[in-house]
Design a protein around this ligand. Structure first.
Ligand SMILES: [Zn+2]
Length: 416
């Protein structure tokens, strides 16, 4: 085994600050995909790796690939996204990419430009979906999951269609799935990300291995009762749609509590006629349920259905369910998760395993069949997609060091 070159995690923090000063204003990061600021960020990134012996190109979906050719064609992939939401934070996506840059530098030095396997960094295009409301654009084109018929008709707030916007950026919409060829020799995919939630902060831990991304079941549930005068209708004669919906609000907390780490949310409640002097005729609530385990997710959904039927019956109202959206859980790789754990423990003593509530590009790569794992670093304030998004600098440095350790382990795992 070759002698070990050192990773310079402080340089990553310095480069993140440099990127922030280049692409943020007083409201936060402005690297929205397909805008001038995003192109500036991407050009800056290319400049950062100019002295490394990399092959660099954009694929047919606009993802940028930086390839350090190795002794084997088998590839270790490291991914992130330079794009941000408008008024976003300084770390979401860019930490992943810049940690990847530092790892490329370390590997290039350690193996004299020829690592045992090929190492590729990918900057995914339009992870956030801020402009067209379709997140994971570049990675879902690459994985083959992008629904072209749905995406073709998307428009931004100015009425510009996604295909037209892509055309202006030099990307031909009908050919974006050709980017799938990039995954040909992919043997493992790694992604470092800020947690964007409060779990690690509450545990007092810097890093976690991510088990996978939650599956989501999203429904509109409507109770149909009868409008009636709020003064003349006795309480026992009412068909009150809101009464049944209100009982659901309590019930989903019970369902989530018994699900083993699942979450349920009623995010919206609309009543009709919606006036102060009438019993509610129709009440439409939205129900969003998430879990890492498909069976547990299915159980949460069937429990919610059974409860809604009971509440409807007891309240003499009727009921309809309408599926709004659905995505299956995307579990990460059962050998890479322990490897990630080990890399964390060797770096800072203690690790933790947790699922990811938000979706990430890693979920698309995993769905394409590439062994995948993510590492989370603690978020201060438990908040993201906001200019106050932040992480302690010593935690950022630990994250880069542990993630580099994982990359090295993954190289050996691939060539085992
Ligand atoms: Zn992100």
């Amino acid at each position: 085994m070759s002698s070990t070159a050192a990773i310079d995690s402080k340089r990553t923090v310095a480069e993140l600050k440099e990127l922030r000063s280049l692409t943020s204003d007083e409201n936060g990061a402005q690297r929205v995909a397909f805008t001038k600021t995003w192109l500036i960020a991407r050009e800056w990134l290319r400049e950062k790796v100019r002295t490394l012996p990399l092959e660099i190109h954009n694929d047919s979906a606009g993802n940028t690939w930086f390839t350090l050719a190795g002794k084997s064609n088998e590839c270790l992939l490291i991914g992130g996204h330079m794009d941000s939401v408008p008024n976003g934070g300084w770390l979401d996506g860019s930490l992943n990419v810049l940690a990847g840059v530092e790892i490329l530098r370390r590997i290039n030095t350690q193996y004299n430009g020829k690592p045992p396997v090929t190492v590729r960094l990918v900057d995914w295009a339009d992870e956030e979906g801020a402009r067209f409301g379709k997140s994971l654009f570049g990675s879902s084109a690459c994985s083959g999951n992008l629904n072209l018929d749905e995406a073709r008709i998307l428009k931004d707030k100015d009425g510009i269609s996604l295909p037209d916007a892509l055309h202006n950026a030099g990307i031909e919409f009908e050919r974006v799935k050709e980017s799938g060829g990039e995954l040909k020799n992919a043997a493992a995919y790694l992604e470092l990300h800020i947690e964007q939630g409060p779990v690690l902060l509450d545990l007092g831990l810097p890093l976690a291995a991510v088990l996978g991304t939650f599956g989501v079941e999203r429904y509109a549930v409507t109770f149909h009762g009868q409008a009636a005068h709020s003064g003349s209708t006795p309480m026992d004669r009412r068909k009150d749609a809101f009464l049944a919906a209100g009982r659901m609000a309590q019930e989903i907390y019970r369902i989530a509590a018994h699900s083993g780490n699942g979450v349920c949310t009623i995010g919206s409640c609309v009543t009709r006629p919606g006036i102060v002097t009438s019993v509610v005729e129709d009440c439409r609530i939205t129900l969003d349920q998430r879990h890492l385990d498909p069976t547990a997710l299915g159980n949460m959904l069937s429990q919610a259905r059974t409860a809604s039927e009971q509440f409807a019956r007891e309240g003499s109202v009727t009921l309809s369910w309408e599926r709004l959206w659905h995505i299956a859980p995307r579990p990460f790789h059962n050998e890479l998760i322990p490897l990630c754990d080990e890399a964390i423990r060797e770096t800072c003593g203690k690790s933790h395993r947790m699922p990811s509530g938000p979706l990430h590009d890693a979920a698309e790569v995993a769905a394409a069949g590439v062994p995948t794992v993510m590492m989370f670093v603690q978020s201060l304030h438990g908040i993201s997609h906001n200019k106050i998004e932040d992480t302690r600098e010593d935690h950022l440095e630990l994250a880069v060091t542990a993630f580099d350790n994982l990359a090295e382990k993954a190289i050996h795992w691939i060539s085992r």
